[in-house]
Design a protein around this ligand. Structure first.
Ligand SMILES: [Zn+2]
Length: 65
């Protein structure tokens, strides 16, 4: 299945396929070359969120190339 959503190379946030810049950090380093979609609902109590330096709930890519 093709993945056309874009992951941010800076903060790993998943953005819509037509995004030009990251909705979270404003970076233009968006790529479809990512893997491992995770939804972080409670960043303050999530080890994954701590590892990824995520402060806001939302969808993130585990790996961005
Ligand atoms: Zn970002």
């Amino acid at each position: 299945m093709a993945e056309d959503r874009l992951a941010c190379g800076e903060c790993h946030r998943i953005n819509g396929p037509d995004s030009q810049t990251c909705e979270q950090c404003g970076s233009s380093r968006l790529t479809t070359d990512w893997a491992g979609y995770v939804v972080i609902t409670h960043p303050e109590s999530s080890e994954v969120a701590a590892e990824m330096n995520v402060d806001d709930p939302g969808g993130y890519a585990l790996k961005v190339r």
